[in-house]
Design a protein around this ligand. Sequence first.
Ligand code: 5RP
Length: 218
Amino acid sequence: MSQQLKLKQEVAKAALASIDDGMILGVGTGSTVNCLIDLLPQVNLKGAVASSKVTQDKLEALGIEVMDLNYVGELDLYIDGADEVNPNLQLIKGGGGALTREKIVAAASKQFLCLVDESKWVTQLGREFPVPIEVLPQARSYVARQLVKLGGEPVYREGFVTDYGNLILDTYNLEITSASEMEQTLNNIVGVVCNGIFAANQADKLLIAKSTGVELLQ
Ligand code: 5RP
C-alpha cells in the first residue's frame, strides 16, 4: 500500500469521531472520501446526501440510504476531500469533476470538515493544481477566452461530462492572491456554472494526515 493511501485511510478514520449517531451526513467525492465511505458501516447514520453519482453508488452498495438534498433541509455536517488547501482553509476542489454538487452540499451544511493528506497543503492556491471550472457546453470557447484574458491557461478536460451534463476547463496559472475575489470573478463569467475555488464555502475544520499523525486545524 502506498504511503499516501495510508495517510488517506488514517484521516478518514479520524473523521469518524465527528459523525453523530442518527445524523444525515453530506458525503463528498474522491479517493480520500472513499476511505471514509468504507468505514461508514461502523456508524449509525439516518442517511446521507451524496455529492456525486459515484459517491451515491458507493453509499447505496453499502446499504446506506441516499437522500435528496431538497427534502432534508440543512445538514449538520459535510465531509469531503480537496485538491489543495491553504492556511485560511480555502480550497481548490473538482479534481474528480464533482465541484458543483460538492459546493451545493457544502453550502447547505452547517459545518464542512475537510480531509487531506499533507501533499495537499499549499501557501497559495492554484500554483500547481489547476482550477477546475464547470461550463455550459455552448459557452466553452467563450469562457476559455475570458480565462486567457485573466492570465489563465484553460485546458478542456476531454471526454469528461459532469453529472449535470456540462464540461470542465482545468485552468492553470491563475494568480490567486485573494481566493474570494478570484472565486467571484470566475463566477461572473457568463456560461460558468461553478468554479473549484472554495472560499465562500471554505472548510470550517481540516483534518490533515502527516507522517507524524493526524492534526486538526480550524
Ligand atoms: C472531487 C474533489 C475531490 O475532493 C478532490 O479531487 C480530492 O480527491 P482525492 O481525495 O482523490 O485526492 O474535489 O471533485
